[in-house]
Design a protein around this ligand. Structure first.
Ligand SMILES: Nc1ncnc2c1ncn2[C@@H]1O[C@H](COP(=O)(O)OP(=O)(O)OP(=O)(O)O)[C@@H](O)[C@H]1O
Ligand code: NI
Length: 356
């Protein structure tokens, strides 16, 4: 069953230079208990899409069209108060730089305990000052929330959680801060965890540990995860399904294995060819020429056309529709489970009779 459904979402930012269409007609589905990847180069619109789902689009932005439904309930139709409450519970976010999300004036344990309490109390105390929070939480050190905070630190494998819980965020290493952030997000027992580049700032070994952690936590808590990254190797390692985003649009979607074994959209193929892997020498990497376009009034139908080695004139004129591109079985039929769900928005792909 679908947990989250994003339907024809359009998020834009009016600017003096024109309107930035950061998210354009995007559809996205996340089922219960799966890790869905969202990949694409910098400036593709991944974070704006995540923020739109979580209801935290910057003030200057607007959701012009489409819908976001969680458990079949429209989040866009909710009042701010309802949303706030929902954010404390059903959706949690983890960002690249936990320093921006952790409060430097509260200990790590206090913050996680607060997240536990907010989950239980509908989020009414977010406006309390650090001082007041500390009083409440300090008095409640033996409380259920504090015990739960220690447990969460243990779950994300922070060594000696009891003594680390009274440390301030700056006393943690980058990797530990990120774990603490994940602990805090999970303490709210969200149905959906949105992780926006959660490991980008960390070194490779720590990255791998955090990703293992996310996967284990998903299993333990049955939380669905939307994992945003521009690093394909991260996606290959942890995701069940992947959405590839380019210039405000989803261009390909598939089960993760299928996407890497059988990439179809020229953009996805370019991304994979430009991603370092253990078994490819760096000299063999082929970067995609050019850059993500400015998302103001893109004048061509397929946003990737100017960078695409296969583009024809029609690609600039005819908007590409999603086409089934999954591999066929020996008997010529399409498997309808994992591979059947493989689509790409490219006129030069899909069933032979439809290809440009
Ligand atoms: N507040 C804003 N005002 C105007 N444009 C914005 C605003 N926020 C984002 N954008 C634009 O929206 C586009 C998508 O940005 P976004 O941050 O979602 O990309 P991203 O895929 O997350 O990139 P990265 O991998 O670097 O995080 C960019 O062109 C960006 O400049
Ligand atoms: Ni981003």
């Amino acid at each position: 069953m679908s947990l989250l459904e994003v339907d024809g979402l359009h998020t834009r930012f009016p600017t003096p230079r024109g309107t930035v269409d950061a998210v354009n007609e995007v559809d996205l589905t996340i089922r219960s208990g799966e890790i869905v990847g969202l990949v694409g180069e910098s400036g593709s619109g991944k974070s704006v899409l995540a923020d739109s789902i979580a209801g935290i689009v910057e003030e200057s932005g607007e959701i012009a069209d489409g819908d976001v439904r969680l458990h079949d309930e429209s989040l866009l139709a909710m009042s701010d108060a309802e949303r706030r409450e929902m954010r404390g519970g059903a959706i949690s976010m983890v960002f690249q730089d936990p320093m921006n999300s952790l409060n430097p004036t509260l200990t790590v344990g206090e913050q996680i305990a607060e997240s536990v309490r907010l989950h239980g109390h509908g989020g009414e105390s977010t406006r309390l000052s650090a001082e007041v929070k500390r009083k409440i939480l300090g008095a409640a050190k033996d409380s259920e929330a504090w015990r739960r905070a220690i447990e969460m630190l243990e779950t994300v494998e922070i060594p000696e959680p009891e003594s680390r819980a009274v440390d301030y965020p700056h006393e943690f290493s980058g990797g530990m801060r990120q774990r603490a952030m994940i602990a805090m997000a999970l303490a709210a027992e969200p149905d959906l965890l949105i992780a926006d580049e959660p490991t980008t700032a960390l070194d490779v070994t720590i990255q791998a540990q955090i990703l293992d952690e996310l996967r284990a936590l998903k299993d333990a808590f049955d939380t669905s995860i939307l994992l945003i990254t521009h690093d394909l190797s991260v996606v290959a390692e942890v995701c069940d399904r992947v959405n590839v985003m380019y210039a405000g649009e989803i261009v390909e979607r598939a089960e993760a294995r299928e996407l890497f074994d059988n990439p179809q959209h020229p953009y996805t193929q370019g991304l994979i060819a430009s991603t370092p892997r253990l078994d490819t020498p760096t000299e063999d990497l082929q970067p995609i020429e050019g850059n993500v376009p400015d998302l103001i009034d893109i004048p061509y139908a397929c946003h990737f056309a100017p960078r695409c080695p296969e583009a024809k004139r029609e690609c600039y004129e005819v908007p590409p529709d999603f086409r089934p591109v999954g591999r066929t079985l020996d008997d010529g039929t399409m498997p309808d489970d994992e591979w059947g769900d493989h689509v790409a928005a490219c006129l030069r792909r899909g069933p032979e009779e439809e290809q440009l």
